[in-house]
Structure formats: structure tokens, C-alpha cells
Design a protein around this ligand. Structure first.
Ligand code: GAR
Length: 298
């Protein structure tokens, strides 16, 4: 797993520690008077695990803001940050994939898409990848496709690419447990509704927008980017954006409005991942540190 920072929520500034991958030299930033962490497990190169001391009685109203003063400023955090290797998974047209890929080429995302994984070898995303010289892997095992991979082989193959983060962009197969366990806190998915509404098995693509309109209950919709666990659309939410649902919207009109926001949001989140601007609140909620204002988390 790539570098993670832990931001214990709602505690006093003196209890904050920022832990970076020991391979990258940054160690917990603690005031000299602060006791050491209760435990700091020695990580493997791909895994960092840590616990923090937490004093519930010392909660403060603006703990997050105070906390950031000990984490450091954004410029400092970004100095010398390694470019990340990204794998993108698609099943369809791949417009989100293209959006992130263009952002990597333009320098807006500090990473490179080094491999594409798909279950549909002829889909638009796969065609685009081949055109751009990005290797395409077939997963899961497809009959009559000897090159397609089983879950364990997929994990081994991604290891050979030194993948830091996996971005699901319209990939419609369930991610196998082997992959979830191999890449903790490193796989994200984009979904075209405001989760937890209109998510779960069977909710994908246009079906989501049709359900939003048919429900009559939503005046707003929009994309969600969340971490991936072993089920559909249930992992921790990292970012959302809102678009209006108009009274006379068709599913296609709503889809187009949401997709436009998806493209922006995926680039923003990919940039934050690659620049190591994700902080984890004590209760396990991931937050994004603003690039422009490092004292702001959302
Ligand atoms: C996107 O709208 C994405 O949110 C959705 O598939 C579309 C893929 O479009 N994903 C899901 O519904 C996952 N449950 P794209 O191939 O043009 O990026």
C-alpha cells in the first residue's frame, strides 16, 4: 500500500501524528512531549499499519483544523513525492479512463497509467489503451481467451507493474477478495449516484440514472468515489459531487450531466492520491487535503 496519513478526528493538536511510508523517510510528526504511538507495526514495502493514542475526553470542536498545523504544509508534503503507477479497470467506453489518462499526460495527475484491465477486450476503453500503447490485461478468466487471468494471477501480474493504486472506471465485475486484500486502501471506484443511494448489485451505468428519476425522490444526484471492499459500492466514501435532477430530465440527460462531473472528480481524486493528500480520520473516514489550502480537508 502506498503512503497513508492518519488524521485522528476531533482530538487536540498535540495528539496528531502523521505517519508516512518508512521507505520515504518521513516519520511520525509528534511534539517532543508527546508519548510514542502505542504500537507501530513494521510494515512490508506495500503495507503500512499503525495505531494512534486517542484521548476521547480531550475532543475539541475544531480538532481537524488544529491537527493540520502539525501535519505540515502542502508544499512540504509534496516535495520529492514519487510518481505513482496506476492500473485502470474498465468494461465500457472508458471516458473516465481517458479523462484521467489525459490528466497524467498534462501533468495534472502525478502518476502514470501503466496497465489497463478489462473483461471486454473489444470495449472502447481497451481500444483506446492499445492505441496509446498501454498494455491490456483480460480479467476475469474468459472462455476461449487463453490470455485472460484468474484472480491470483491478476495480483501477481499487477505486482510486476509495481501498481500503487487501482482505479475502477466503469468496471462492472465484482473485485475479487484476493485483489482487495492485496491492495488495502488502494482501490477506488467511481459510481454515478450519491451513495449510499442507488448503489449495490445491479445498479450500474444507465440503470442508476433510470432508478434515480423513477424514484421521484431525488432532486440531486452526482458521482461518488469510494474505496473498494469485497461488495458492490459499500466501501468508504472519499469524494462526491452534486448535480441537479431536473423535473423533465431523461435518464440520458441526467447521465450526461453526471458524467461531466465524474471526469472532473476522478482527476481531482487521482491527483490527491498520487500527491499523498489522503488523510484517514480516527474513525476510518478518508479525507482529501486541499492542494490550495492545506489546512482544509473535505
Ligand atoms: C460511469 O458513469 C461510471 O460511473 C459507471 O459506469 C460509467 C462508465 O463510463 N460505473 C458504474 O455504474 C459502477 N457501478 P465510462 O466508461 O465512459 O467511464
Amino acid at each position: 500500500m502506498e503512503t497513508q496519513r492518519l488524521l485522528p478526528g476531533f482530538c487536540s493538536a498535540s495528539q496528531i501524528q502523521s505517519i508516512q511510508n518508512p521507505n520515504r523517510t518521513l516519520l511520525p510528526t509528534l511534539p517532543s512531549s508527546h508519548p510514542p504511538p502505542l504500537s507501530l507495526r513494521i510494515p512490508t514495502p506495500k503495507e503500512v499499519s499503525f495505531k494512534t493514542i486517542y484521548y476521547p475526553k480531550l475532543r475539541c470542536r475544531n480538532g481537524l483544523r488544529k491537527a493540520e498545523s502539525l501535519i505540515g504544509n502542502g508544499e512540504g508534503l509534496q516535495t520529492g513525492i514519487r510518481r505513482k503507477n496506476l492500473a485502470v479497470f474498465v468494461s465500457g467506453g472508458g471516458s473516465n479512463f481517458r479523462s484521467v489518462h489525459e490528466a497524467t499526460l498534462a501533468g495534472a495527475v502525478h502518476g502514470d497509467i501503466v496497465v489497463l484491465v478489462t473483461n471486454k477486450p473489444g470495449c472502447g476503453g481497451a481500444v483506446y489503451a492499445r492505441d496509446k500503447g498501454i498494455p491490456v490485461i483480460l480479467f476475469p478468466k474468459i472462455k476461449d481467451q487463453p490470455d485472460s487471468l484468474l484472480a491470483d494471477d491478476l495480483v501477481s501480474t499487477l505486482r510486476t507493474y509495481n501498481i500503487d493504486f487501482i482505479l475502477l472506471a466503469g468496471f462492472l465485475k465484482l473485485i475479487p477478495v484476493e485483489l482487495v486484500q492485496a491492495y488495502p486502501r488502494s482501490i477506488i471506484n467511481i459510481h454515478p449516484s450519491l451513495l449510499p443511494a442507488f448503489g449495490g448489485k445491479g445498479y450500474y451505468g444507465m440503470k442508476v440514472h433510470k432508478a434515480v428519476i423513477a424514484s421521484g425522490a431525488s432532486r440531486y444526484s452526482g458521482p461518488t468515489i469510494h474505496y473498494v471492499d469485497e461488495q458492490y459500492d459499500t466501501g468508504r466514501i472519499l469524494a462526491q459531487r452534486v448535480v441537479p435532477v431536473h423535473a423533465n430530465d431523461t435518464a440520458e440527460e441526467l447521465a450526461a450531466r453526471v458524467l461531466q462531473k465524474e471526469h472532473q472528480l476522478y482527476v481531482e481524486v487521482a491527483a490527491a492520491l498520487c500527491e499523498e493528500r489522503i488523510a484517514w480520520r480516527k474513525d476510518g473516514v478518508p479525507l482529501i487535503q486541499s492542494k490550495d489550502n492545506p489546512n482544509h480537508y473535505s
